[in-house]
Write a protein that binds this ligand. Structure first.
Ligand code: DX5
Ligand code: ZN
Length: 214
């Protein structure tokens, strides 16, 4: 198994100084920057769009991991790819019948494609797409807000998904801290998103390092 990728979520950062926050994450050992895009429809909250990703692209060389929690993701793939996203992850629940086409749109932009499932969605839905994907994102909270409690029964889906592919990146998102990270990596996850845990810690460096312990 490869090293664990730590992807801090900027949702918990101070948006008035986003550039500095990202440079600070880079300096303190982050592997990727996780960017939560919410539209107020697919999830109740509204966050940021492609222009912000474009600005962030200029301040960091780290891979930008864009998590689209939006309806009609096909309308926005090109915008986020042109803005500099390295990974674009869509939700199965927002694309459903169009999932294969949207994955292809992402790949046609020359970047990596991810598929995410919400807590109540079965891992079975991923199977038809597994060979076209670079990443699976398992939600361990209902998407929409940072700082929620980790749902262990959702993390158990990682075990099943790992059986589908030993190489694919399995990323987990929601309520990740030092303890819950271990649960997920034991199940076979190799990328961890963390917002509240990292940004509420006294030392970003120590928080990131603690997530890498197996
Ligand atoms: C939730 C987002 C997460 C969120 C994680 O919808 O997808 O990326 O920022 O936040 P924590 O780590 O605080 O649960
Ligand atoms: Zn996310």
């Amino acid at each position: 198994m490869t090293d664990i990728i730590v992807a801090p979520s900027i949702l918990s950062s101070d948006f008035s100084k986003l550039g500095e926050e990202i440079k600070n994450l880079e300096k303190n050992g982050a592997d990727w920057i996780h960017i939560d895009v919410m539209d107020g429809h697919f999830v109740p909250n509204i966050t940021i769009g492609a222009p912000v990703v474009k600005s962030l692209r200029k301040v960091s060389k780290l891979p930008l991991d864009v998590h689209l929690m939006i309806n009609s993701p096909e309308k926005y793939i090109k915008d986020f790819a042109n803005a500099g996203a390295d990974y674009i992850t869509i939700h199965y629940e927002s694309a459903s019948h169009n999932t294969g086409n949207v994955i292809k749109m992402i790949k046609d932009c020359g970047i990596k494609a991810g598929l995410s499932i919400k807590p109540k969605t079965s891992p079975d839905v991923i199977k038809p797409y597994i060979n076209d994907l670079d990443l699976i994102l398992v939600m361990t909270v209902e998407p929409g807000f940072g700082g929620q409690k980790f749902m262990q029964n959702c993390a158990e889906k990682i075990k099943e998904i790992r059986k589908y592919s030993k190489d694919i990146i399995i990323e987990v998102d929601g309520g990740i801290n030092e303890e819950t990270a271990k649960i997920c990596t034991n199940y076979g996850a190799n990328a961890l998103v963390a917002g509240n845990y990292i940004f509420s810690s006294n030392s970003i460096k120590e928080a990131i390092t603690s997530l890498r312990q197996r």
